[in-house]
Design a protein around this ligand. Structure first.
Ligand code: ADP
Length: 694
């Protein structure tokens, strides 16, 4: 009875997709499987040792099942299996064009990265063979050419050095004793000229002394004649592998950064398709324990390999495209830091021998193409960030969303819901209506959900009423199906309010619109800040107030008795993380509006850091912020003059944008957002903007 329970318990530890009938796996059958599996020698020996232990153990004892699980695990890992994969640039561009729209720069960056990766991976190494015996030289040349290397030859050191004038070599295989410059002298000369080139010395007159001298001069291997060809191959492979690892080390990993639903995962899948490799994704969100990445030691009851090995087992090859999702959400606790295990995983010097604690044998991860994703790079720690090439995925404009929906997402949803004969269309205006009134996001995930909802409704009508569906759905029909609008496109609002200004902030969900409210009461000159503001934002508020107090007349505030007032600044919207300096100019607008009694236009949204002297300083996330302003129905966006290049790029890539005004001073911004109060506007200096607005 006890034995039966145990088998059930251990059955649970095996992943469902490879759960087999354990009754079949006795030591004899396992031996057969190990004999026929393509395993590296090291792994085969470990599996056989474990099977030998099982043979000496009673099957009802826990150790038996532990060993059984372990051998099963070794057999299930793709030690040698590789997806054949190939890559051509045109093919990759076609994969992107047939699955994505509106990627712009992202597609260019990814294709460049893939091209460099493909070139690096297929690069042949060049070897220079130096020997004064023609037969030895020819033999070495032949052997190394057969291994697929580019081989040049020279009869002595001097001839070899001359070749260095016009070529670069990864490796020299040189005889030691030669007339006109021997191997030792050649080594020293090459060290000066081409320090990256590695050297293997070959000699028929090996002495300890000569070997020591050669190694001191930088030779990495020392072989004696007659050369054992296996030794030569091993030495050459050794050297070239470490060179390949060095190249890889310089090539950073791609890290897709952007709000949710902008296509980071689906671009990863497209890369895998373009490379002919399987795709696997592992979410790092809230992973706190290093053991989750690297596994638990086998001695723990219920131990399992880490998530990396489990993912590779699922995918069945050792060269997949492997997405490490939400790297910025990875946790850490006092005892264990999964980021350390990740660093090792991503380090090409170490990842060809990645050691999972459960597997306990080095696994070669160097052929895996890792891609990281994050919403916000500021949460990534330095050493990890150093390894990553950040590719920003900004949100999509309304036009881009319509394009993505009509070309890709709607046809996919209609197909998945069986609505293919006939296939109803949705007019572009109706799609725009769905985007505006049923979603509020930088990406398109919510849009995809709404399209799925629409398709479910259509499918039901079709089945229930047995009626033909309309050929094309317009705004009215879509509204009838989807029900009342969920979002107001006029979130920014209309009119103008005293003491309330509209601002734009960046958050990891994309750009967001916020409102800064200011009020004052009798008091003692205190500044009260509420709305879960971060430290940087609180400083912005202090800077804004100090600037106004330093030159009150410039803002019409000369009669304000600041020391007898308490000023309260509040930024509602509990779910928006509020920090960063970019609300400075919005706070200044709300304050002047309140204190000078000049209403601030609700449909003008501001973003800009301010200095104590009243300059408006550049901010980041321009595209995200302007798109958020457009979603919220703002008519005008005020941005720092210094962000002019970002704005020019945005104008070149997005057709429908709100008016964008660039300012370099606080008073310039106020001249646009605050409406004049009769008789009071003489205090306001004219706005200076790049557009020449007065
Ligand atoms: P992320 O990983 O950034 O959160 P996803 O890759 O999961 O986003 O994208 C969400 C959905 O939107 C997917 O169905 C994806 O195919 C679709 N999608 C996102 N961007 C695009 C695009 N540029 N073109 C076509 N479809 C897209």
């Amino acid at each position: 009875m006890e034995g039966t329970n145990r088998v059930i318990f251990f059955k649970k530890l095996i992943e469902p997709e490879e759960r087999r009938d354990l009754a079949d796996d006795d030591p004899t059958s396992l031996r057969g499987k190990v004999a026929t599996a393509k395993l590296p020698d090291e792994v085969r020996l470990a599996a056989e040792a474990e099977i030998a232990r099982m043979e000496k153990t009673d099957p009802s004892v826990a150790e038996y099942a532990i060993a059984l699980n372990y051998v099963e695990c070794l057999l299930s890992l793709p030690w040698t299996e590789m997806a054949p994969g190939s890559f051509d640039l045109d093919g990759a561009a076609r994969v992107f064009a047939s699955s994505h729209a509106g990627l712009g720069q992202v597609q260019e960056r990814v294709l460049e990265h893939l091209a460099a990766h493909a070139l690096g991976a297929s690069r042949r190494f060049s070897i220079l063979v130096v020997d004064d015996e023609p037969i030895a030289r020819a033999n070495l040349e032949l052997v190394l050419r057969r291994e697929g290397h580019l081989v040049s030859t020279a009869a002595n050191g001097q001839e070899a050095l001359r070749l260095f004038d016009s070529e670069t070599f990864d490796l020299i295989v040189s005889d030691l004793k030669m007339d006109t410059m021997d191997g030792q002298q050649l080594l020293e000369a090459v060290r000066d000229r081409s320090p990256e080139t590695q050297c293997i010395i070959v000699t028929g007159f090996a002495t300890v002394d000569s070997a020591v001298r050669a190694m001191r001069s930088g030779a990495v291997h020392y072989l004696t004649k007659p050369i054992d060809l296996d030794d030569l191959r091993t030495a050459v492979t050794d050297v070239l592998q470490s060179r390949r690892a060095r190249y890889r080390m310089r090539a950073p990993l791609l890290c897709f950064v952007g709000p949710p639903g902008v296509g980071k995962t689906s671009v990863g899948q497209a890369i895998a398709k373009a490379m002919g490799r399987p795709f696997v994704r592992l979410s790092l969100a809230d992973m706190r324990d290093e053991a989750e990445v690297r596994g638990h030691r086998r001695t723990y009851a219920g131990a399992m390999p880490g998530r990396i090995m489990q993912a590779l087992r699922t995918v069945g090859v050792r060269n997949p495209v492997f997405m490490l999702d939400e790297m910025d959400k990875m946790g850490q606790d006092a005892r264990s830091d999964p980021a350390m295990a990740l660093l090792e995983l991503l380090d090409p010097e170490q990842n060809d021998r990645f050691l999972d604690r459960y597997v306990d044998l080095p696994f070669d991860l160097s052929e895996v193409m890792f891609i990281a994703t994050a919403n916000d790079t500021s949460r990534l720690r330095g050493p990890l960030l150093d390894r990553l090439e950040v590719v920003p995925f900004a949100g999509y404009s309304e036009d881009e969303k319509v394009d993505i929906a009509s070309r890709f997402m709607l046809p996919r949803q209609l197909y998945e819901h069986g609505l293919t004969h006939p296939r109803p269309e949705v007019e572009n205006e109706a799609l725009r209506h769905i985007i505006r009134d049923y979603t509020d996001e930088a990406g398109v995930r919510g849009l995809e959900r709404e399209l799925a909802r629409l398709c479910r409704k259509l499918a039901r009508i079709h089945l229930e009423a047995q009626t033909a569906l309309p050929d094309s759905l317009d705004v009215e029909q879509v509204t009838a199906l989807l029900g009342p609008a969920r979002y107001s496109h006029d979130k920014a609002g209309f009119g103008a309010h005293v003491g309330r200004a509209t601002g734009l902030v960046w958050s990891e969900k994309g750009g967001e619109i916020i409102f800064v409210e200011a009020s004052s009461m009798q008091g003692t000159g205190q500044l009260i800040l509420t709305g879960s503001l971060g430290d940087v934002l609180k400083e912005s508020a202090r800077i804004a107030l100090s600037h106004l107090r330093s030159i009150p007349a410039a803002f019409g505030l000369q009669d304000v008795a600041f020391d007898r007032l308490d000023i309260h600044i509040h930024i509602p919207a509990g779910d928006v993380a509020k920090d960063g300096p970019s609300a400075g100019v919005t706070i200044a607008a709300a304050l002047v509006s309140l204190l000078a009694g000049r209403p601030a236009r609700a449909d003008v949204a501001l973003s800009g850091e301010i200095s104590l002297g009243g300059r408006v300083l550049p901010v980041s996330g321009i595209r995200e912020k302007v798109l958020a302003a457009a979603r919220a129905g703002a008519r005008t966006v005020i941005l720092p003059e210094a962000n002019a290049p970002d704005v020019a790029h945005l104008r070149a890539t997005v057709r429908h944008l709100p008016d964008i005004e660039l300012v370099d001073t606080v008073s310039g911004a106020l001249g646009i957002v605050l409406t004049p109060v009769a008789g009071n506007d003489r205090h306001m200096p004219p706005a200076t903007t790049r557009e020449g607005r007065a």
